[in-house]
Write a protein that binds this ligand. Structure first.
Ligand code: FAD
Length: 472
């Protein structure tokens, strides 16, 4: 019996090595991982509740190499999953088992920056902040700024249609991608945009946000946004999350669209304070970071309104960043928030839903009820101006009972989002995690329409198997 296991494991190793050799002939040995100990590192993304190692991991460096990988995988009957930095939070980059994992991080060149035409052309593995740094001094920036921007790739941002603090005013990634090159399931290379031909179907809109189910993105043409003339950035401290969310709701109802409006609750503030010492008052129940941008006179008027509304809802302290250094510090305290969560529990899971902005105070109340009902500790960060919520469940993944309660609590919060007129995902995508919730959000005929589109692009189901759509 023992010998049998040893033999089969040795055979499995041989088989994997042969597979590795096949892809190494295409890409070079240094761009292929096949040993179980190495591929195990890629068994999940930021959604750590479900894990499956891929069969083999490849790091192509060009579109031609991606084509080669796709064609070889097809010949070998292996399914294909694209991966950027693996910061996704819904299991989109988590294999189901047996896939060739195509990691795009070595296609990381900025090919062109063209301020005159407000365009940047990049490979998919370029990090979001890599582009931000390259644009410094040009007078332009790339507006989508997910809080993971120091790690996540622009290909991953496009594939998930990522949001971020500043997409409240400027729109999410799909509004900033004007063209895409992608390798389809059969190895065909297509280009959508950047030039739009009258009468052409908007396939670009299908590809952005398709979570790797329609093609592997190999090049992106991105829209650049002019830097605003001025900023005013505030940090308002509230006694509790409820009054903070009422203030946020009223700011939006007053017709103000801040560049960003982010909230953190007491639970996460304590961890952030312990980790980074930003100087939050110890009794802070919630902090809202609000940034206004645009022409100086308009921003000044909006700032007065925002301050009035925050005072009306009982803000106990409002600080304004006096210079760029202070502004960056305020943003750091928001963008490093999740990094501090590791101090609170051995494992965490970041949920992602959205409600109409006016329902924010209600969903915050329901999250607190769900926390009590399932005895799961929940802390909150949110791109609150958009109505996005990110309750963070704190647990220990070694305790199966805790994992079950986290999953049940997550489903219940998403059901509340739906009942308040929202959606089961705000910006992290469907991946694996939201798959069981899709029939709750979409009618069977809507799901079938999406399935048909997917089959038209990928009849054999080679790409991102068992992701996004149930029974796909
Ligand atoms: C601390 C933290 C903060 C975050 N903040 C935000 C936030 O503010 N806003 C937000 O929207 N998300 C946020 N996220 C989630 C995540 O960072 C985003 O979804 C991001 O866009 C994923 O990029 P990635 O390169 O890590 O992609 P991955 O996680 O590797 O992949 C994500 C999905 O895209 C597909 N994919 C990746 N690259 C390609 C490609 N080239 N072609 C086709 N498909 C591809 C994958 O198959 C998968 O389905 C956060 C995550 C963390 C850990």
């Amino acid at each position: 019996m023992v010998w049998g296991v040893r033999t089969s494991s040795a055979e499995d190793l041989k088989r994997r090595k042969r597979l590795g050799d096949t892809f190494a002939r295409l890409l070079g040995r240094e761009n292929v991982l096949w040993h179980p100990a190495e591929v195990m590192v890629y068994d999940c993304d930021g959604f750590t509740i479900e894990k499956h190692p891929p069969e083999v991991v490849v790091f192509p460096r060009s579109t031609e190499e991606v084509v080669g990988v796709v064609r070889t995988a097809n010949q070998l009957g292996l399914r294909i999953l694209a991966r950027g930095a693996g910061t996704g939070l819904a299991g989109g980059a988590t294999p189901r088992g047996g896939e060739v994992l195509v990691v795009l991080t070595r296609m990381n060149r900025i090919l062109e920056i063209d301020p005159e035409n407000r365009l940047a052309v990049v490979e998919p593995g370029v990090l979001n902040t890599q582009l931000a740094r390259a644009l410094e001094g040009t007078g332009f920036h790339f507006a989508p700024d997910p809080s993971s921007q120091t790690a996540s790739t622009l290909g991953g941002n496009a594939a998930t249609n990522a949001g971020g603090p500043h997409t409240l005013k400027y729109g999410v990634t799909v509004n900033h991608v004007v063209g895409v090159e992608a390798v389809l399931a059969d190895g065909t290379v297509i280009e959508q945009g950047p030039v739009c031909h009258p009468g052409e179907l908007d396939l670009l809109g299908l590809l952005v946000g398709s979570e790797g189910t329609l093609g592997v993105i190999t090049k992106l043409w991105l829209r650049l946004t002019p830097n605003p003339q001025s900023y005013r950035t505030f940090r308002a401290v509230f006694r509790d999350l409820h009054s903070a969310s009422e203030a946020i709701s009223e700011i939006i109802a007053a017709g103000i669209v801040p560049a960003a409006m982010e909230v953190m609750d007491q639970g996460i503030l304590a961890a952030v304070e312990e980790a980074f010492h930003f100087g939050f008052p110890p009794d802070a129940g919630a902090v809202v970071v609000i940034e206004l941008d645009g022409f100086e006179s308009a921003v000044a008027k909006e700032a007065r309104q925002v301050l009035d509304i925050c005072s009306k809802w009982g803000a106990t302290e409002i600080l304004e960043a006096k210079d760029e250094q202070e502004r960056q510090k305020l943003w750091k305290c928001r963008k490093m928030a999740v990094a501090a969560v590791g101090r609170l529990s051995p494992s965490y899971c970041i949920q992602d839903g959205v409600v109409p902005r006016t329902r924010l105070p209600e969903i915050i109340g329901r999250i607190q009820e769900v926390s009590t009902k399932y005895q799961v500790r929940i802390v909150n960060v949110a791109h609150a101006g958009d109505g996005n919520i990110h309750p963070i469940f704190l647990f220990d993944e070694r305790q199966p009972d805790e994992v079950e309660r986290v999953l049940a609590a997550g489903r219940e919060i998403l059901k509340h989002c739906l009942s308040l007129g929202g959606s089961i995902t705000a910006e992290h995508g469907v991946g694996i995690e939201k798959l069981p919730m899709m029939p709750q959000q979409f009618a069977p005929q809507d799901l079938e329409a999406m399935r048909r589109i997917r089959r038209a692009w990928d009849p054999e189901g080679h790409l991102a198997p068992e992701k996004v759509l149930p029974n796909s």
